[in-house]
Design a binder for this molecule. Structure first.
Ligand SMILES: [Zn+2]
Length: 96
C-alpha cells in the first residue's frame, strides 16, 4: 500500500506531497501523476449541504407513533404486573 505517498525517483526516499526537493538526496521532486483518490477526503471548511426533502416530516410522525406505542406497551406491562400481584395476593388470602 503506497497510498498518497511519493518516492524519490533518485534515491527512493519517502517524500511528503508538498516537498519540492528530496530531503535525502536533494534532487528535485517530480511527481509523475496526481494520486487518484476514489473518495476525496471531505473538506472540513466546506459546509455539508443536506438535501431538504419531505422524509423529515415522515420521520417526525413515525417517532410520534413510536412513543405512543412505547407508552401503550408500558401501560400494558404495568397492568399485567398489577393483575399478577392482585391474583397472587388473592390466592395468598384464600390459603391463609
Ligand atoms: Zn532522493
Amino acid at each position: 500500500m503506497n497510498n498518497g505517498q511519493y518516492l524519490c525517483g533518485n534515491c527512493g526516499n519517502e517524500l511528503e506531497p508538498d516537498w519540492k526537493f528530496c530531503e535525502n538526496c536533494g534532487s528535485a521532486v517530480t511527481i509523475p501523476s496526481a494520486p487518484t483518490y476514489t473518495n476525496p477526503p471531505p473538506d472540513p471548511y466546506r459546509p455539508v449541504i443536506r438535501p431538504q426533502v419531505k422524509p423529515q416530516v415522515v420521520e417526525k410522525k413515525s417517532k410520534k407513533w413510536l412513543y405512543l406505542a412505547l407508552g401503550i406497551g408500558c401501560v400494558c406491562i404495568i397492568c399485567i404486573c398489577l393483575l399478577v400481584v392482585a391474583v397472587a395476593g388473592y390466592i395468598y388470602y384464600l390459603q391463609g
